[in-house]
Each structure stands twice: as C-alpha cells, then as structure tokens.
Design a protein. Structure first.
Length: 244
C-alpha cells in the first residue's frame, strides 16, 4: 500500500470522527443527520500526479449521494476517493453529477463545475479532467452543510492532516479557495496570500506556486483571468507544464 492510500485510510478512520464527544470535532460530526455517518473526505483524485491542488474549507454533504461510510471495506474507500471522477468508476457522471441510490443527481454540483472551469483556465485548456489534472481537498475533512462546525474543528483537523496531505501531493500549483483555507495555509506555511499575488514555496522536496482565489459562493471577482494579468496567468500555465 502506497503512502497516499495509507493517508486516505488514516483520515477515513480519524479517531475524532469515530469518537467525537468532547473533541473540537463534535459539532461538525453530529451535524450529520444520518443513521450511518459519512466518513471524512481525505481528498479527491490522483493526488500523486495531479498538476493542480484546490483547497477549500470543508466538503458539503448530500444525504442522497452514494458515499463511503465506516461499513465500506478499505479497498472500496481508497477507490472512491482516488477515482471518484473517473468514468469507469461510475461514482460521478460527466464529472459533476454524483451517483444517488435512484440514479444520478439531476443538477450538477456547483462547486465542482466552478473548479473545473478554473482548472481549465489555469492549465490553458478547455477540458481539464478532475482527478487526473487536478485534485480537490479541504482544510476540515468532515462533511457538513453551510460549514457547520468548521470553525471549531479547523485547528485540530489542520494540525493532524494538512501538512501530510500537502507533502504527499505532487501538484505544481496550490490554490486556496476562500478565506478559511487561505488563512490556514498562511499559518501552516508561514506565508501571506494576498489576492492577485503568486507565492513560490518549497513544500516537501518540491517548489510550488501558491495563490488564493475567492470562494465560488462569494460575490468577489473569482475568475483567474480577471484576477491575474495575462503575463501572470501564462506564468501559471507554463509552471504546470515545465515544473518537474
């Protein structure tokens, strides 16, 4: 079992999820109004090879989606998170419609739609492939609606897992989506992420470009082509191609 697979299982079996009482994670875990709770979401995609890594606050929850619980076996849990967007897996249709018990969702996930458009721009293509070209992860791995419990769980979850995930990722570009992820990356990486600025930072054995973009739900300007100059945007595109 490779390091990324072990990392998936470590997060999926987080002790603060299984026994949340009295921990900073209690509010977010107990916000799941489900008979069997959905496990923490380590990340989505082939994090070892994806060129871009998008980091947001925490994953939203859908009671209808076919999603791993603690009853799933380890192989299926790993497969879900590494291959969630692949056509062969059938977990998600056309990259945006999650599978439900009665078929696929009628409406695409707005966050996934936005991230894919953004990834396409940053890669200089019209057809970025989630899971292959870019990965998605969150600062807080447990799922909730409207970021319930995120503020309480952020420090604990970030301290336990953020640096590990960043080290495993081989992404050339790291994008903090929204204020919560930006603030936490600033703390952990000891950097300052101002909108429109691109930081170069060595993480693990690799130098990455890091910048922040407002969350899709915000009313701020959030398209990369409107945040960066043409020269800056081309610098980002070139880095995804040329960085080892």
């Amino acid at each position: 079992m490779v390091k990324s697979e072990k990392h998936i299982l470590e997060i999926a079996n987080c002790p603060n999820f299984k026994n949340c009482e009295g921990t900073p994670c209690e509010k977010i875990v107990k916000s799941q109004n489900l008979e069997t709770r959905q496990i923490p979401e380590p990340y989505n995609g082939n994090i070892n090879n994806c060129k871009l890594l998008f980091i947001s606050s925490n994953p939203s929850i859908s009671e209808k989606e076919i999603y791993p619980t603690s009853e799933w076996n380890e192989a299926d849990i790993i497969d879900f998170f590494e291959n969630r967007f692949s056509k062969e897996s059938e977990y998600v249709k056309d990259f945006i419609y999650p599978k439900h018990n009665d078929g696929y969702a009628i409406n695409g996930v707005k966050f996934w739609i936005h991230i894919r458009k953004m990834a396409s721009t940053l890669l200089g293509t019209n057809n970025a492939i989630p899971g292959k070209d870019y990965s998605i992860m969150e600062i807080v791995r447990c799922k909730s609606r409207n970021e319930i419990g995120v503020d309480e769980a952020t420090k604990t979850c970030s301290d336990k897992y953020l640096n590990q995930t960043l080290a495993i990722s081989n992404a050339n570009i790291i994008i903090a989506i929204g204020a919560k992820s930006r603030n936490e990356l600033e703390k952990k990486l000891k950097i300052k992420l101002n909108k429109g600025e691109i930081i170069k930072k060595k993480i693990g054995s690799k130098e990455r470009l890091i910048f922040t973009i407002p969350h899709p739900a915000s009313r701020q300007i959030r398209k990369p082509e409107k945040i960066f100059t043409k020269e800056e945007l081309q610098k980002i595109i070139n880095y995804t191609i040329n960085a080892s």
